[in-house]
Design a protein around this ligand. Structure first.
Ligand SMILES: [Cu+2]
Length: 66
């Protein structure tokens, strides 16, 4: 089990946090996602996921990795 921290630009409210959490949470192996729109901090816990998958999921949600 690993936790990785990312910074995401473009989140402005709780809805944005939910969108990021949903998309990133769909990645195989991801068990927990937290997102904070105030700081842009996103932390992803789980096993076997890659930075590329996280970046793609965040882009899918409409945001960008900083
Ligand atoms: Cu929002």
């Amino acid at each position: 089990m690993a936790t990785k921290n990312y910074t995401v630009t473009g989140m402005t409210c709780g809805h944005c946090e939910m969108s990021v959490k949903e998309e990133v949470g769909d990645i195989a192996g991801v068990t927990e996602v937290t997102a904070d729109h105030a700081t842009g901090a996103v932390s992803v816990s789980g096993e076997g996921f890659t930075d590329e998958q996280v970046a793609a999921a965040i882009a899918e949600a409409g945001y960008e990795l900083a």
